[in-house]
Ligand binder design. Sequence first.
Ligand code: NAD
Length: 387
Amino acid sequence: MKVNDVKKIAIIGSGAMGHGIAQVCAQAGYPVMMRDIKKEFLDNAMAKVKESMAFLVGKGKMAQENMDKAMNNLKTTLGMKEATSDAQIVIEAVPEIMELKKSVFREISDLAQTDAILATNTSTMSISEIGSVVKNPQRFVGMHFFNPVNRMKLVEIIYGDKTNDEHADLLSEIAKKCDKIPVKVLKDRPGFIVNRINAPNQAFLSAILDEGRVKPQELDATMKKMGAKMAPFETADFVGLDVFCHTLEYYSRTLSPQYKPGKFLKEKLAKNELGMKSGKGIYEWKDGKAMIDVSKTSDDLTPIHLLAVQVNEAVKVWKEGLATSIQDIDDAVKFGMNAFAGPFTLAAGIQPQQLTDTLNTLYSRYKLEFLKPEPEIADGSFKTIGR
Ligand SMILES: NC(=O)c1ccc[n+]([C@@H]2O[C@H](COP(=O)([O-])OP(=O)(O)OC[C@H]3O[C@@H](n4cnc5c(N)ncnc54)[C@H](O)[C@@H]3O)[C@@H](O)[C@H]2O)c1
């Protein structure tokens, strides 16, 4: 199949992600059919898409005529057959439950054309395992959009163990047409690229909270002084400490037991202090803002520590063969985390010795294996690998 053969895209699930994916596909000119299990969910999704486009029109970022065209491209249905039987691409965005995803894909596999490309937007599950239930699993691909879909540029295109290049390439083309930046993830590993590179820093933050030597607001204040729009502990509160812990639990099962959330976070959960959504987490929250005292910064832990941990993990990701190029790793982090630049670009001007010393100090202080510097950090070759 060629990109011009794509005449219809089906989106299964119209929640936080599904409606956003439907929107960007419709804006790209594709006829889109969204499927959900209740009419009210579909109505709600359509209202959100309309609101989002109207906002763009109001800001002068979209012509009214283009909004009208995009809205005309969007249809909804409760029928799986109506959604999928004549679609060339089916993108699933139902809740993150393995058995649900498998049963949805069994149904899709029976109803859709045998050469339709089937994609899952899972953020944590094995692409190969979900894809194992469909006929012709070589057409099964991970297509990981980031939240909010209408604003986040990155889409990870993930290979399952049977995915072939032709289908991954075609989905990359579709992502580009949707004004996104696709990055291929060549192996189906936990966290794919972006979340995997972020994982050690999440566990590191948990360790800082347990140690109690540096106060969260001191590290966050330092980050904000250096231009961060949202600092790390503030982000944890914003996302929700329950979600933060859930992610760490997942990595403790899939990467290493050392990722387990620490005592501080567990106590917060027990007290239902979950961050922004409960009004209190690491910070008190008022009117959607964390009450952070930015006057006291920290010299003990600084952004260089977080960057060292991130580059170290990025080197592992490269060595494990997850990415096509170093540039792709940098793009994935930059556009998937709204960062100023990717880890290799940011670390280019830093002496290898400084990064090595930073990681060794962190390792001896926190005793976490994943903080140990990779040989390519110590010998400086991280600056040239893959290039
Ligand atoms: N929310 C995020 O930040 C985010 C980011 C990236 C990826 N993801 C992934 O995207 C997927 C969807 O997440 P979400 O946050 O949009 O979930 P959500 O709960 O907001 O939406 C899921 C939707 O799927 C619908 N659904 C359930 N069973 C269905 C079925 N059989 N057929 C059609 N629709 C069905 C639900 O009614 C709901 O409307 C998950 O795999 C999640 O891990 C989420």
